[in-house]
Write a protein that binds this ligand. Structure first.
Ligand SMILES: [Zn+2]
Length: 213
């Protein structure tokens, strides 16, 4: 029996890997029960790109949407998980085991899902504009990766991020697809309704379609 839900979210903790120079997740107590206060009250600081997250268009487009106004319906619905063997470099259509026709959302599973939450992948596969254009032609509106970026780690032109924006489709990064068989699921991965931010952590889950009722 497959599990009722696959939690495909990285745990967010102080040791969760973040981009070099980015602010890690940090929890600071403001009030403590043990000091006699009525509640524990914490202050959280973090990059919004910590763990599994949705980029907002504002991340790389000056007039782009913040998480609060990203198109919500893109983050819920039928999604296909496909595993790629390529360990690094730009993915092309031929690198996918099959064309994800009829899926609307594509989650790409690579070796990165085998890494611990605390490890920033020393190499990872990322998208290409050719792949994005091809997927859009198949009706894909969300592309998720277990990699930390849809572009190369040293890219400053960010051609894939801009291609997503141009097509009006959305992405998820740092998914955790370890143990998830390839196939079709219902994805739910909603960004928080954050104004002003450039990304939002998501709680990403997959429901097998036969239990999604
Ligand atoms: Zn990001």
């Amino acid at each position: 029996m497959p599990p009722h839900l696959y939690d495909i979210t990285r745990t967010v903790s102080a040791s969760t890997a973040v981009w070099q120079g980015d602010a890690p997740y940090h929890v600071e107590p403001k009030l403590r029960l043990e000091d006699g206060w009525a509640v524990n009250l914490m202050t959280v600081t973090t990059t919004p790109h910590v763990g599994t997250h949705a980029d907002a268009y504002f991340h790389y487009e000056p007039d782009g949407a913040h998480p609060a106004t990203m198109p919500l319906d893109a983050y819920i619905g039928r999604a296909r998980v496909l595993t790629v063997s390529k360990r690094s470099g730009a993915l092309l259509p031929d690198d996918l085991p099959a064309a994800p026709a009829g899926a609307e959302r594509l989650l790409i599973h690579s070796h990165v899902s085998d890494l611990d939450d605390s490890v920033f992948a020393p190499e990872f596969p990322y998208l290409s504009v050719e792949l994005i254009d091809w997927l859009v032609g198949l009706g894909i509106r969300l592309i998720g990766l277990d990699s930390p970026s849809v572009d190369a780690v040293d890219s400053t032109a960010l051609p894939c991020h801009h291609a997503l924006y141009r097509h009006g489709i959305v992405n998820l990064e740092n998914l955790l697809l370890r143990g998830v068989p390839d196939g079709d699921y219902e994805l739910i991965a909603l960004p928080l309704k954050l104004d002003a931010a450039c990304a939002s952590p998501v709680r990403a889950i997959l429901r097998p379609l036969d239990s999604a009722s």
